[in-house]
Design a protein around this ligand. Structure first.
Ligand code: AMP
Length: 427
């Protein structure tokens, strides 16, 4: 078959009807878990000022350096298709004076995000994320609640083999010391690093730690670890996080290589991955951490916060891998067939009455032949067919045919909802 003239552009994909049930299920489960934990929903625009991300995510990160979809408006403003949610939400928190609300403010979001990445399995240029932010609280218990709500959504979706990886990258107090020790180590081992990491070493050395290149991984085997450089406050914070996690019995491990390379993170960072990840899922399903300095970076006050985001497409790939059950739209148990022009006209308002009564009804009104309509009814597996012919249309009656027994009764049109409800109750 020759290629169609127009196709989705690189890295973008259509979400076809057969996949919609997964998206709906994920939103339904996320909404339920977040509502229980008292999160309120927020939607921010898809377009934001480019500087919002440059100032927060950081100039020397992959997201800002390589992956932002930037556009110039006619007025020469530099806007971007949002690459992530946290910076926008902190902007909204500051802009709308949420500081005057009882703290912490708990928010959740769902929507599309855009990164100009090299498309590959589980990596798109437009993808969906849902996430949470708990803003205005330093207590380590909210770090663990952030982990817990994300873990619970994944778990409630039926995903197996989930593992939480946690680390602490310290704060503005102790991270410079760690950074210095790491840079010293990396300089000595420079030749064992890939060319990307040789550059990263100068601008964002912590990022070197999560390079997937095998040569880099070997070189990093005895690199200094951030947990050994934590100040007393950060050490205590991490200890509390781990103790709360122990209480919850969420499967977790301490991972000294986990840094999550964005500038706004401090102290706790975490990722949730599937240890049973198949080839198409890429493993990491969600990630997040504490970002106590972000508010100040964006011109707000001292507002500690913690948040996380999960990738919807990765979760769906994982659900498919796990053969997780999602219910697709229910089969209409009732089918409505019509014969003749008068019946066809009258069938629209009758169908509306059935819809308003909450009864799901299938139809093939575009077809006139009864055989073609009954063919669709049997393909759908409908148990009952309502038939409106010319005679019934004139007499305000309708035929109710039980497809299993082939028995047919005539009822008054005004009684049809009662009749159908009775039939559905009997089954
Ligand atoms: P991040 O904002 O990079 O921490 O990403 C959070 C989650 O979103 C990741 O764990 C992935 O599951 C998902 N994700 C990130 N980037 C992409 C992408 N380009 N395509 C699909 N999913 C992504």
């Amino acid at each position: 078959m020759s290629k169609p003239k127009f196709q989705t552009v690189t890295g973008m994909h259509d979400i076809l009807p057969q996949d919609q049930a997964y998206y709906e299920k994920i939103q339904e489960v996320a909404k339920k878990v977040f509502a229980f934990y008292d999160f309120e929903k927020i939607d921010t625009p898809i377009l934001e000022d480019a500087n919002l991300f440059i100032k927060s995510v950081g100039e020397n990160t992959d997201i800002v350096e390589k992956e932002m979809f930037t556009l110039k408006t006619k007025g020469k403003d530099s806007l971007v298709l949002r690459p992530e949610g946290t910076a926008s939400i902190m902007r909204a928190y500051i802009e709308h004076g949420f500081l005057s609300l009882p703290q912490p403010v708990r928010l959740w979001y769902y929507g599309p995000f855009f990164r100009y990445e090299k498309p590959q399995a589980g990596r798109y240029r437009q993808f969906n994320q849902f996430g949470v932010e708990i803003i205005g609280e330093t207590d380590p218990i909210v770090d663990v609640q952030t982990i817990l709500v994300m873990y619970s959504v994944l778990n409630d979706l039926g995903l197996k083999g989930l593992m939480v990886k946690v680390n602490s990258i310290g704060d503005d107090n102790c991270r410079p010391l760690y950074r210095k020790a790491l840079v010293k180590y990396l300089r000595e081992k420079k030749t064992g690093l890939c060319s990307d990491c040789q550059k990263r070493m100068k601008v964002n050395p912590l990022r070197v730690l999560d390079c997937k290149n095998e040569k880099c991984q070997e070189t990093l085997a005895s690199a200094p670890q951030s947990v050994d450089y934590l100040c007393d406050d950060c050490k205590k914070h991490l200890k509390d996080v781990l103790e709360y996690l122990d209480e919850l019995k969420v499967p977790y491990c301490l991972d000294s290589r986990l840094v999550r390379g964005l500038d706004y993170y401090s102290r706790t960072v975490f990722e949730i991955e599937s240890t049973k990840a198949g080839e198409n899922t890429g493993g990491v399903l969600a990630g997040g951490g504490r970002y106590d300095s972000l508010s100040k970076m964006l011109g707000g006050g001292e507002t500690p916060a913690c948040g996380a985001a999960a990738g919807v497409e990765r979760i769906i790939a994982e659900m498919k891998e796990n053969k997780a059950r999602v219910s697709f739209s229910s089969v209409p148990e009732i089918f409505f067939a019509q014969i003749g022009p008068l019946a066809k006209k009258k069938s629209l308002p009758i169908l509306e009455d059935l819809r308003k009564a909450g009864i799901k009804v299938g139809e093939a009104f575009g077809k006139d032949a009864l055989k073609a309509q009954l063919g669709k009814a049997s393909r759908l597996g409908s148990k009952v067919v309502l038939i409106l012919g010319q005679r019934e249309a004139l007499n305000n009656m309708i035929l109710v045919r039980n497809m299993q027994t082939a028995k047919q009764v005539e009822v008054k049109q005004e009684d049809i909802i009662k009749e159908v409800k009775n039939i559905l109750k009997e089954k």
